[in-house]
Design a protein around this ligand. Sequence first.
Ligand SMILES: [Zn+2]
Length: 234
Amino acid sequence: MRLSQFDFEIEHRKGKLNVIPDALSRIQVDAIATPATSDEWYRHVYEDCQANPRKYPNFMVKDDRLLRYSKNKYELTNEFNWKLVVPEEDRLDILKKCHDEPVSAHLGVFKTHKRLSLNYYWPSMYREVKEYVKKCEICKQYKPVNTARPGLMGNPKEYYNLRKRHVELKVGQIVYKRTHYLSNASKRFTAKLAPKFQKCVITAKLSPLVYTLASMEGKTLDNFHIKDILKQDD
Ligand SMILES: [Zn+2]
């Protein structure tokens, strides 16, 4: 973060060195500092909240940084805290820090914003988080499947672990095979009523994605892609 590199035009700091500061040096110490940023909004609030503190009850300049006091809207408690106001040129760094870095693990818009808004503030932050995450190349490549697949609607979800379906399976493991029945009116058979999953056992692993399955009675069924195999929850 480059905030620490700001230059400040503080005309006179002598007052801090005085044992008994007189009125004049007190005024000079409190001289309004100006941040070296091209962000006009930031500059304005930074300067104006020092000149007219009553106009800005939610803002304060501390240690040469502009802070904003606000409620943590994602918290269940009514907790308020001071957040660091980020000038335009530093926003990308902060976004990177709260989205890209290993600990952030490319979280989605909501979680990235949640993380960000705990400590930082700038106008239209949510919109910029949304734009940033939308454009993230890493996220585009590894977009997680986080919606329930329609095939599982109405089935006892607790038996299946959707999040672990990319984990490799082992020979001998009990799994559920997705069945794709087609309706056949002449046989008075409708796909709607057929069981969607069949309990099976893995008899061979052809690749991390393809497995040979057998019925629980030991009858070899066929080779199946992992997308049609659901792991039994432990
Ligand atoms: Zn990302």
